[in-house]
Design a protein around this ligand. Structure first.
Ligand code: IPM
Ligand code: MN
Length: 326
């Protein structure tokens, strides 16, 4: 099947990244979809070779692509934060990937977290004074703009309309009174435009308990960047493990390519041994197909992945099992 809008930049990255992405691409072809792919060597290993992280020329080149399919980046030999900020966060910010969508499906629940992806504590606001002295001061602010909060919450309402029409705002409005108030007011205002959607609110600490004790209460959750980061690791843990957790970093107006990646990291300890579970990468690939308009192939792959959720074996064997179910 051919279709326009299928130019995909592939970044295998570090550790298990290239292994799981190779299986994701194999499953996509097995589902009958042919993508125009181009590989880019980026990540910790590349940084150690030539000290480049994400050159502006590559960012510019990517603007002509429809999507980016990324394995994992990070290398224990590189100072923590360098690749995260220089590559992943730079992509999210420069390409304005303002939605981070993370679905969680298990026998007794099926919900999706819509995480704001360009603001909050990730914005880099703050600084340090008197570093290394006993009177050192460090601040790290949370940036919340009306525009950023509104477009994220709107996307969450739109998502809820396509699902079971239930949306929960997760925040900490009882303590984060300035940011929480902006989120709550924006949420309440948009709710009047989506009267069919039943809305709810949970403090983030309470949401952690519900994730473990009663995840079936959720359909769509919308939350800020840092709460979303933490909650989605917990979401993975209660939904069969992080080896199954997929994500889409989306630019909904499609003014730049969206990026699709498993939630897990590069797991250097098991790299090159065919031990990594490729399911998270395969589902991320299916989310990419969905976004590119191949919705039938996407749902076939997602269903096959859920059927293989408890499959054991090598990276390749698990992907083979998924392909056998297509
Ligand atoms: C994630 C990761 C990233 C984040 C890190 C690697 C910067 O944990 O995608 O959840 O915090 O967003
Ligand atoms: Mn995370």
């Amino acid at each position: 099947m051919t279709q326009e809008g299928n130019k995909v930049a592939v970044v295998g990255g570090d550790g298990i990244g290239p292994e799981v992405i190779a299986e994701g691409l194999r499953v996509i072809s097995a589902a009958g979809i042919s993508l125009q792919t181009k590989s880019f060597n980026l990540g910790g290993a590349r940084y150690l070779e030539d000290e480049t992280i994400l050159p502006d020329e590559i960012l510019e080149e990517w603007r002509a692509f429809d999507a980016i399919y990324l394995g994992a980046v990070g290398d224990p030999r590189v100072t923590p934060g360098v690749i995260e900020r220089g590559l992943l966060l730079k992509m999210r910010f420069e390409l304005d990937l303002y939605i981070n969508e993370r679905p969680f499906v298990a026998a007794d629940h099926n919900f999706v977290v819509i995480r704001e992806n360009t603001e909050g504590a990730y914005a880099g606001e703050g600084g340090v004074l008197r570093k290394g002295t006993p009177s050192e001061i460090a601040t790290q602010g949370s940036v919340n703009t009306r525009m950023g909060v509104e477009r994220c919450i709107r996307y969450a309402f739109e998502t809820a309309m396509k699902r079971r029409k239930h949306l929960t705002l997760v925040h900490k409005t009882n303590v984060l009174s300035f940011a929480g108030d902006l989120w709550q007011r924006t949420f309440d205002e948009l709710a009047t435009q989506y009267p069919e959607v039943v809305t709810d609110y949970n403090h983030v600490d309470a949401a952690c308990i519900y994730f473990v004790e009663d995840p079936a209460r959720y359909d769509v959750i919308v939350t800020d960047n840092l709460f979303g980061d933490i909650l989605t690791d917990l979401g993975g843990a209660v939904s069969g493990g992080v080896g199954l957790a997929a994500s889409a970093n989306l630019n909904p107006p499609r003014t730049s390519p969206s990026m699709f990646e498993p939630v897990h990291g590069s797991a250097p300890d098991i790299a090159g041994q065919s031990k990594a579970n490729p399911i998270a990468a395969i589902i991320s690939g299916a989310m990419m197909l969905d976004f590119l308009g191949f919705d039938q192939a996407a749902s076939k792959i997602k269903q096959a992945c859920h059927d293989c959720a408890s499959e054991q074996g090598s990276t390749t064997q698990i992907a083979d099992a998924v392909i056998a179910k297509l």
